[in-house]
Every structure is written in C-alpha cells, then in structure tokens.
Design a binder for this molecule. Structure first.
Ligand code: BMA
Length: 329
C-alpha cells in the first residue's frame, strides 16, 4: 500500500464504498450535489470550493457568485463535511494592504502548512485583471490578506503543504488573456523563502492531447506519498460548443516537483451527470480540494460542477496511484 506522508487521520471524513458494478476511478457521492446556491443567502451559484479538516471538524472557503454574478469568497464550518453552515456575508480580511485591491475572488484553495491555513485564490487587481491572491488564518474566524504572489495574468495557484528543500512551493498557470479565453496555458513551479517573494519559475507541464489539449491548471493541494506527490489537476478541451473541463492526475518527484513522473492520458473525472453537463457553464468538472485520511488512504474530492454546484467523489490513494501509473503517456 502506498504510504501517505505527513497526512492526518480523518476517520469522520465523508465516504462511500465504490458502488457495485462501477469501474470508474472516481465514484460520485450518491447524494450529489453536496452544496448548491440554496446554501448561501443571495447566491446565484456555489461551486469551486475548498474544504479542510480542522480539529475533529471541517472548515471551508467557498466560491459563490451572488446574484450580481461577481465571484466572492465565503467561509463555513461543518461537523461531517457534508452539511455546512456558511456565513451569510462574504469573507472579509482583518487588514488591508495598500496597492493590493480585492475586487473579486474565486477558486480558493486552502492549504495547511505547519498548523496555519493559507488561502490561495484567483483575485482581481485593477481592471479586474486576475492573479494569485493569498491570505492566512489560524482559526477560520479571522483572515489576514497577504501580498499577491504574482503579476496578472495568472490563475490556479496551488501551494504545497510543506517546504521542499527549505522553500515554499507554488504551482500556478500564467496566461496571456485575462478572461481565460485563450488556450496553451501550462503549469509552472515557483518557490519562495517567505511566501511573499516568488521566483525560480520553472515549467512543469504543458497541455497534451484530447481532454487536456486546450489548457491545464492545478487542482487540490497535492497529497504527499512515498511514491511521490499525488496531484489532481484540470484539463480543458475546446469543442464547437465551447470549452469542456475534466480532471486528471499526476505523480511528481517528492524532492523536485518540477519532475513529472506520470500524468494520466485518460481523464479521471469528466462531466457526465446532469449537474455537471447543465448549469451556468455546461460540461465542467473543476477539482479544487481533497480530504485524505492517512490511515486508510481514502480520498474525498470536492469539485465544482457546471460552475453551479459542488460535487463530491471518492477514490483511494492506492487506486489512484495505480491508475496514474498504468494509464500515463
Ligand atoms: C475557469 C475559471 C473557473 C471555471 C472554469 C469554467 O477559467 O473561471 O472558475 O470553473 O473557467 O468556467
């Protein structure tokens, strides 16, 4: 069995066994979607969101497009990872940083490093130009804004849960257009001594064929295993009806995560159910966060579906690593 390194025991995380007769690598929660616009006051949609274990409970930072269709971040708590109490008002930062406006926020990823929780999201600067915003919290009550990590245009910032070779590590996806309308987006590595200054940028992975041909971007916080960093990512394909979003997985070298050991040539999750194919943006599954129980290797993946709701799907570290190794280029 692949060993989860630096993981947590989360015996109460959401889980269902693989349904009989299902041979999907990720199987969906039978009561999907887990979150909808009904869970937040004045919401149009509640989707690409991030969930973490916190003590014996769960905490989350959520993407909500309110009825003005401006994306904002919310915080919430849950005892079981399924039933959530989300604030009525958007998340506010305790501090403000001059010159770092917070015009909007979407696709938050929460990553715990040494007991502190960092939120990395797509933030709007002047002119609504997207880049990578950062904040931290110790208690999920008070959040402090940090310096933005990069210049526009950049999206899909994903922090690694520990320093590697004494540096913080982030993956991101720089792009040439603010609205995400152009393809060719690749995943890049950056490192930092202090979570403020980022450099030593390196290419990690470019788009490939099929479902990941138009652009790719990071997903949930990577899971450290004795076989490497297990990372779920998203891939986009352009079609005559628009662009479709899928999820894939890769395994990266533990000491040098710019080194991709395997990446799936098949997707691991695709828009198939009605709540994934129909909504504000049809045919989107967008993986954002996972819970992983270090004792059993169980993984619960929270993903945005059709830019409208949050879905949940399950697999195990062992099954996913085996699949990645057996179905890669
Ligand atoms: C991306 C982001 C995501 C969204 C996806 C599909 O560019 O905006 O938040 O889920 O497009 O619309």
């Amino acid at each position: 069995m692949a060993k989860v390194i630096n993981g947590k025991s989360i015996p109460n995380m959401p889980w269902q066994d693989r349904p009989e007769g299902c041979d999907d690598i990720f199987w969906r929660y039978s009561a999907n979607p887990v979150l909808t616009y009904k869970d937040i006051k004045d919401a149009n949609s509640l989707f690409n969101s991030s969930v973490v274990a916190f003590g014996n409970e769960f905490r989350g930072v959520f993407r909500c497009d309110r009825k003005d269709l401006v994306p904002v971040l919310y915080k919430g708590k849950s005892k079981d990872g399924l039933n959530w109490e989300i604030d009525d008002e958007p998340l506010k930062f305790e501090n403000t940083i001059e010159g770092v406006p917070y015009v909007y926020g979407y696709d938050p990823r929460v990553c715990e490093i040494d007991g502190r929780y960092y939120v990395v999201w797509c933030t709007g600067m002047a002119n609504w130009d997207p880049t990578i915003g950062m904040a931290y919290t110790d208690d999920f009550e008070t959040f402090y804004q940090m310096e933005n990590a990069f210049l526009p245009y950049n999206r899909n910032g994903v922090l690694f849960p520990r320093k590697i070779n004494d540096k913080y590590v982030m993956f991101s996806r720089p792009s040439e257009a603010g609205d995400g309308s152009r393809g060719n987006g690749s995943i890049y590595y950056s490192e930092s001594p202090d979570l403020v200054y980022w450099g030593k940028h390196r290419l990690v992975m470019t788009p490939a064929v099929g479902w990941q041909s138009y652009k790719i971007g990071g997903g949930p916080t990577p899971i450290e295993t004795d076989e490497g960093w297990l990372m779920i990512y998203h891939g986009v394909k352009s079609t005559c009806q628009g662009i479709n979003y899928y999820a894939g997985a890769m395994l990266l070298d533990r000491d040098n995560p710019t080194k991709v050991l395997y990446r799936t040539k098949y997707y691991v999750l695709s828009p198939r159910e009605i709540y994934e194919t129909t909504g504000d943006v049809p045919n989107v599954v967008f993986p954002v966060s996972t819970l992983c129980d270090a004792d059993t290797g169980r993984i619960a993946l929270y993903y945005g579906a059709a830019d409208t709701v949050v879905g949940l799907a399950f697999t195990t570290v062992d099954e996913l690593i085996k699949y990645v190794k057996e179905n890669s280029f």
